[in-house]
Design a protein around this ligand. Structure first.
Ligand code: PAF
Length: 286
């Protein structure tokens, strides 16, 4: 595995791979890797000739400085995991390499950022879109792999690629879960033992919404109200949002007549967790 911290060296290394005609697979991450990331890297390894993983905690996508400062950093373990999974090139740029100057040109993700996390984290998706666009320019991948846990991010990146004609295939990879349903996340390692025990409440709420949709209920407001009741809210557990939106435009749905995304964010102590499920009502199934 070749570790690289400069974009110029990355381009040079990949020029060779590209010259040989191989397919380049790219897994962008912010490090603190877990089995969900491992699934992305393994998929890239299966489908591509050269696998590039980036580790960069992107300051532009943090709306709170305490969240940026507390974001877990585990470079040694991340490097070992990438190597064990057959990564060819590990790109670990410093902030000054990614942003040698304050970027003036920004990306506005429009209505795709108006709901769900976008409504609660001002500037977050603009920051994600900007860094992903820069990474795509530096790596030039044929395929790029993203987790479905970050469903809004995935929808925005699909649109970004379309709007800017980026020649990359975006591949969504299913969420990896613990046995009790908790979606894997780098933020899970911040949970205390008690918080960890309570954290699957979000997944239970999503499952309840999915069950109601499956049973033929179509009133999104009523479904959300019943699903929220699955979370015993108190000082330590607080639902930030639970919403039902259409899966492409991410706009709220009142009456469920086609496929929807049920998505939520839950505060567990000082840690914010997100999760989602895709659901298709019985009336819209083939
Ligand atoms: O999903 C993430 O880890 C980040 O948002 C990403 C895509 C690497 C951009 O910083």
């Amino acid at each position: 595995m070749t570790p690289v911290d400069r974009a110029a060296d990355l381009r040079q290394t990949l020029a060779r791979a590209r010259h040989d005609g191989g397919r380049i697979g790219f897994v962008p991450t912010m490090g603190a890797l877990h089995a969900g990331h491992a699934r992305l890297i393994a998929r890239a390894r299966d489908e591509c000739d050269t696998v590039v993983v980036s580790l960069f905690v992107n300051p532009l996508q943090f709306d709170r400085t305490d969240d940026l400062e507390r974001y877990p950093r585990t470079l040694e373990a991340d490097t070992a995991l990438c190597s064990s999974l057959g990564t060819d090139v590990l790109f670990v740029p410093a902030a000054g390499e990614m942003y040698p100057a304050e970027p003036l040109c920004r990306i506005d993700v429009g209505r795709l950022g108006a709901h769900l996390c976008g409504a609660r984290r001002p500037g977050h998706f603009g920051g994600v879109a900007l860094v992903v666009m820069k990474l795509f320019q530096m790596v030039g991948p044929d395929r790029a792999y993203f987790g479905e846990k970050d469903a809004q991010q995935l929808a925005i990146i699909r649109r970004l690629v379309r709007d800017f004609d980026v020649p990359v295939e975006v591949v969504g990879v299913p969420t990896v879960r613990e046995a009790d349903g908790l979606a894997l996340s780098s933020r899970n390692r911040r949970l205390s033992a008690d918080e960890r025990e309570r954290a699957p409440a979000l997944h239970r709420a999503l499952l309840e919404a999915a069950r109601l949709i499956d049973a033929g209920q179509t009133d999104a407001g009523a479904i959300v109200a019943e699903a929220r009741a699955e979370v015993p809210e108190d000082g330590d557990l607080r639902v930030e949002y639970l919403e039902i939106v259409d899966p492409d435009e991410l706009q709220p749905v009142q009456r469920i007549t086609g496929p929807v995304l049920v998505a939520g964010a839950l505060w567990v102590g000082h840690t914010r967790l997100i999760d989602n499920l895709s659901c298709t009502p019985p009336a819209a199934r083939p």
